[in-house]
Design a protein around this ligand. Structure first.
Ligand SMILES: Cc1cc2nc3c(=O)[nH]c(=O)nc-3n(C[C@H](O)[C@H](O)[C@H](O)COP(=O)(O)OP(=O)(O)OC[C@H]3O[C@@H](n4cnc5c(N)ncnc54)[C@H](O)[C@@H]3O)c2cc1C
Length: 671
């Protein structure tokens, strides 16, 4: 970071709106602002790192002629096509949704003129970083600082690729704007995705956009993990153009590359910083189209409910196609050929706009080679859906099947799975607490002594104040479970409301497990010395339905935060109702909480899971010994703690207190 002395800090009032970048998304938003007259009352600034004076791309989209995007941008739409030829199929009419093209230079010139003719401050420079302050956001660029109340950030996203790439490849292209000797082109018709071209073990196709009867843009596009080589593209284009049109001259060249991925750039934690364009995940992973969505996003600025959102099932379809294109790139031609051969262009446009219904989507998938999609589904399920989810749900389903045959075998199987899970991840995730502290003064012996003292002290407190200890255990466990779920869903824990929801989420999970097994829970509680009288006075059964209903409601926001997490949690809680309490709780504890926390620790400390497991071994063994000690105490002094289940919970309570404190500090520090 630069120190304040080196920076030219503009101490004026913060701008109401600051646009970082003036490309497609922010340009469309700025035009929307001008349309709405915001410039008359608001202070607006733009920071752009480039001159934007070359025609570096062509923005194309299909749309109804009455749509606002066509109306808004009519002055710079350079071409529109009423007909399309997909692949080598016959020409189809698209008069209800023509294909429009805008040269980026025309768009940039419109933005330059708009900025020059309105009270908008323009800064040239590369934004280095943003610094959120309580009353404004500082934007630091090229030794300067300006401040803004709302910031539209269109800097390109930075993706962290997955370990085993399932969803990241590139759409790269190289095109010639050419002039033909003869006038052979139909200016009403463009050619989309013509696969009659060398594939070279990638998915490659040609676009052809006529500008005049003797002029067009011919573009070779590759979907692949590598970008297209320019010399190779020139050779292929030359052969293709000569074969199709004969002699030609080159007017201009165009090249580009768009990431194709379902990986997400996270929204900013600070709601005053709004991600835009590619950074807001508005580019469709499998097509690279995003301009129309960016316009819709800008148009919905005052009414976010109308902002375009990608439904989960479309993300799933995109994911399947990306898996196929990465693993079996030569299948791309076969799949797209079938798509265009067996479906009308209207159906395809609606599908790509993510506005189709499920029945239309079934028809589309039925028209495609099914085997690659089934294989992609298997890869998706086994790699994209977390293995722990599959393990947990798999154990539960196997338990139910075995239960039909023999309840004893089912119980044996269920507890074996639970113990295996506890040994593999449940206990180890709490046995690396010594790695969570990174202080230079760290002393392992002192750490272990302090850790054990907290456990022992809490154990004593359990003996003297069992009710208080129980309530405390439930409270901090609730926060801990909720906190790890929030971190897993990449929700920040900065505000009080977020912390409160983490607590509510964890509490609802715990209460659902307890109240959906109320008889067993009461049995366990009754076995804890000093707790049974308290439980008897409460008459928990009279609150059962209300607690379950309220807890269910508290889980609902999960649907909007992470559908996958919501489905998994609700699924295992519901399946758990048909299992004994210990299994229901244990499988949640192992399959969700411990696996998540293990992943957070390994990820943030950048330690390979195997090495982390080795690091956990001494404390793992230590935890097992303490556990055995409890059983020994139970044998030798039955008055102390009377049942195995009670032992299990008291043990968990004591061991988890220092762990929970350390994990909270770890999450807080690493956030
Ligand atoms: C060659 C090409 C062709 C495309 N064609 C189409 C198409 O036909 N149809 C379609 O729907 N989509 C198309 N896309 C996809 C997408 O619509 C465009 O990439 C679009 O430009 C993305 O908009 P954006 O605002 O996210 O990024 P950009 O348009 O790239 O704008 C970002 C701006 O931020 C500036 N910037 C970056 N970093 C900083 C910084 N640190 N400080 C200040 N300024 C910064 C950049 O200079 C740039 O001007 C195409 C993409 C490419 C690459």
């Amino acid at each position: 970071m630069l120190s304040d002395q080196n920076l030219n800090v503009n101490k004026a009032m913060p701008y109401d709106y600051v646009f970082i970048g003036m490309g497609a998304s922010n340009g469309l938003m700025l035009l929307e602002f001008i349309k709405r007259g915001y410039h008359q009352t608001k202070r607006i600034a733009v920071i752009e790192s480039q001159h934007k004076n070359t025609n570096d791309k062509t923005y194309c989209f299909w749309s109804s002629p009455n749509d606002t995007i066509v109306q808004d941008l009519s002055s710079i739409i350079s071409h529109q096509y009423q007909f399309v030829q997909t692949n080598t199929n016959k020409v189809q009419s698209i008069q209800d949704q023509p294909y429009y093209c805008i040269k980026s230079i025309d768009f940039y010139n419109l933005l330059h003129a708009t900025i020059a003719s309105h009270p908008i401050d323009k800064f040239d420079g590369q934004v280095a970083y943003l610094n959120p302050l309580p009353d404004c956001i500082e934007i630091v660029f090229e030794q300067q600082v300006i401040t803004g109340t709302i910031v539209f950030d269109s800097r390109p996203p930075v993706f962290t690729k997955e370990l085993h790439n399932q969803s990241y490849l590139l759409q790269s292209f190289f095109g010639y704007h050419i002039r033909l000797q003869d006038s052979k082109l139909n200016v009403d018709t463009f050619q989309m995705m013509n696969f009659d071209v060398d594939q070279s073990n990638y998915t490659q196709f040609v676009y052809n956009l006529p500008y005049a009867s003797n002029e067009c843009l011919v573009e070779l596009t590759r979907f692949g993990v590598d970008t297209i080589d320019i010399d190779y593209a020139k050779k292929i284009l030359d052969e293709k153009i000569k074969a199709q049109f004969g002699a030609y001259e080159i007017v201009a060249e165009e090249e580009g590359c768009i990431p194709m991925t379902v990986l997400k750039q996270q929204a900013s934690i600070d709601k005053r910083i709004i991600n835009m364009g590619a950074r807001a995940n508005l580019i469709k992973p499998t097509t690279g189209y995003g301009f129309k969505k960016m316009h819709a996003f800008a148009a919905a600025f005052e009414n976010p409910a109308q902002a375009p959102i990608t439904k989960a099932r479309f993300l799933f379809y995109d994911h399947l196609l990306l898996i196929i294109l990465i693993r079996w790139p030569n299948l791309g031609k076969k799949i797209f050929t079938a798509l265009f051969q067996n479906n009308t262009i209207q159906r395809i446009f609606t599908f790509l706009d993510e506005k189709s219904g499920v029945s239309e989507e079934v028809k589309i998938f039925a028209s495609l080679p099914i085997i690659p999609f089934l294989k992609a589904c298997v890869i998706y399920l086994t790699s994209y859906i977390k293995k722990s989810y599959l393990f947990t749900v798999g154990c539960m389903l196997a338990y139910f099947l075995l239960n039909l045959v023999s309840p004893n075998v089912a119980a044996w199987f269920g507890y074996t799975c639970l113990i295996a899970g506890l040994l593999v991840v449940g206990i180890p995730h709490g046995a690396v607490d010594h790695l969570l502290l990174t202080s230079k003064k760290f002393n392992l012996l002192k750490f272990v002594v302090q850790y054990l003292l907290i456990i022992a002290a809490y154990f004593m407190v359990w003996q003297w104040f069992p009710v208080f200890s129980l309530l405390l255990f439930i409270a901090y466990s609730a926060f801990h479970f909720g906190e790890s779920e929030m971190v897993e869903m990449q929700v920040s824990m900065h505000s009080f409301a977020q912390k409160a929801y983490a607590f509510a989420l964890g509490l609802s999970i715990l209460l659902l497990i307890i109240f959906l097994h109320l008889n067993e829970s009461i049995l366990v509680l009754n076995n804890m010395q000093g707790v049974s009288d308290f439980v008897a006075t409460l008459n928990l059964f009279q609150y059962k339905n209300i607690v379950i209903a309220v807890s269910g409601v508290l889980l609902m926001p999960l649907w909007w935060i992470s559908k996958k997490t919501c489905l998994f949690l609700v699924g295992i809680l519901l399946l758990g109702t048909q299992m004994p309490l210990m299994l229901a709780f244990g499988l949640y504890f192992v399959g969700s909480h411990s696996v998540n926390a293990w992943g957070h620790i390994a990820g943030k400390l950048k330690i390979a899971p195997k090495k982390l497991y080795l690091e956990s071994l001494p404390f793992n063994v230590g935890a097992l010994l303490i556990f055995l000690l409890f059983f020994y105490l139970q044998q030798t002094n039955p008055q102390l703690i009377q049942s195995y289940a009670a032992v299990f919970f008291v043990f968990l309570a004591c061991v988890s207190l220092p762990h929970i404190i350390l994990m909270h500090l770890f999450y807080k520090k690493e956030n």
